[in-house]
Design a protein around this ligand. Structure first.
Ligand SMILES: [Ca+2]
Length: 195
């Protein structure tokens, strides 16, 4: 390979890196507010559970829920700390091999740029205002997803949908948020609502 060929490849790599970095900064996710805005919401989030024999991935969790699910007691919010072994996952009837379809709304009190992340054990995929704001497709102890920066155009309620699963041992699910530049912190239960 010639010296110039190496140089041009290096330059191409540098340009591609810089494009990626630029998109990372300017390409934050813009959330779509619920339209129409919901009224008369009840506190918490709705949840349906499936209890498969085995759930290792988001795909397996989705398939289990498609095959058959049952409504569980609503979640109080998204602040379910890591369980002790043997304690049921979220509001489900089992400690292990649980898939959950969580739905409702989350409220932003002011427009602006926010950082969102989740702690999850095991896997989850969260969609808020039409954008994937958190995803981990695997098994792990209670640990964080990659933080996402989101643009909130107006104050109000945004659709929230989370696909979650817990396989073995302990389980957890938390959402954290903060205005851009601050460290994401726990969400109050009052930030959530359901029909
Ligand atoms: Ca687990």
């Amino acid at each position: 390979m010639s010296f110039f060929r190496v140089l041009s490849l290096t330059a191409a790599a540098a340009i591609s890196l810089s494009v990626t970095a630029t998109m990372g900064v300017s390409g934050s996710l813009t959330l779509q507010p619920a339209n129409p805005q919901p009224t008369g919401l009840k506190p918490g989030l709705s949840v349906r559970y499936a209890y498969p024999k085995e759930v290792k991935t988001l795909r397996a969790a989705a398939k289990a829920l498609e095959a058959g699910s049952e409504a569980g007691p609503p979640l109080t919010g998204l602040d379910y700390r890591d369980t002790a072994i043997g304690e049921n996952a979220l509001t489900s009837k089992r400690a292990e091999q649980v898939a959950a379809d969580i739905r409702g709304y989350v409220k932003f009190d002011a427009p602006g740029t926010y950082t969102i992340d989740f702690l999850t054990n095991d896997g989850m995929r969260a969609v808020i205002g039409g954008q994937v704001v958190g995803k981990f497709d695997g098994r792990q102890p209670c640990d964080s997803t990659f933080a996402e920066e989101v643009e909130v155009p107006v104050a109000g309620w945004y659709d929230l949908q989370i696909l979650y699963f817990q396989r073995l041992n302990t389980s957890c699910l938390h959402m954290r948020m903060a205005p851009k530049g601050s460290r994401p912190t726990w969400m109050a239960d009052s930030a959530f609502g359901r029909n």
